[in-house]
Design a binder for this molecule. Sequence first.
Ligand code: AMP
Length: 308
Amino acid sequence: MNKKTSANKLLVFGSIAYDCIETPVASEDYILGGSASYAGLAASYFAPVELAGAVGNDFKSSDIERLRNHGIGLDNVRVFQDKPSFFWRGRYFDDFTNRETLDVRMNCYEDYSDLVLNDDARSAKYVLLGNISTQIQASGLEQVNDPSYVVLDTMDLWIRNSNESLRELIKRVDMLILNDSEAKLLTDSRNVITAGDRLVEMGAKCAVVKLGEYGAMLFHPDGFFTVPAYPVRALHDPTGAGDSFAGALSGYIANQDASDFETIKHAMVYAAATASITVESFSCYKLEETGLDEINARAEYIKKIAKI
Ligand code: AMP
């Protein structure tokens, strides 16, 4: 897999955040996070990326540089001088998988629902509606002229608070990505397979259900597929794994300029490989530093064990 600079641009929505994270063995405060940061960096290995989001008056220029160094377009990131950046504080339980949100503050995103995209972003062919309020996702998608492929990610907060508008939005997307507990919550299912089937019945053209350290499942009209996770032995912080998965998956599809069942299967392999890198450090450090060679090596390993 080579990054194609000529590939179609991927427009990524989501949060650009400062996170305070506690794991069972370590904690870090005010580190760069957010769904769009992780997804954008992950996608940048595969395709040109444009971020759409907001930062506040506390956002460090060094963190802007971290995104810029990956060639990510930031012309659609609005800077709010009167509010701080999106903030999230989370704590992982002993299993390193389940976590609780201790604090979440939309901050500058409270004033971002009137977002206006520039002409370049409006012409995007590939769109990832990364995790952020359903209202921002819907308003963002509304402004894209003629997207050929739209991926939607969300979380329990929006499933509970914006259920009706989320259900409307799902009908307009090509792929819905959720983790297993979110899929069960949204579809009122006890079983992950039933949940996946129901997500497709809700109107998404296909659905991906993430299973954390166990991989992910694809529910597609042309078949069912499951990808294992890359075996990570140096787990530091699971934050952003799901966003990195969604970013790499969308970036791969933009790279290939195709979205058939076989292409999505391969996209899931690269998504699993990229997400495995994110969890090996706090923040996006490992994701930023590790090159495409390592992603390719991990993808080949997954293909070998999964016999793809
Ligand atoms: P993940 O571990 O893939 O679920 O993503 C965690 C990231 O999502 C963190 O960096 C947070 O800043 C960000 N985040 C947490 N809650 C929200 C939310 N309600 N909306 C958007 N982003 C969020």
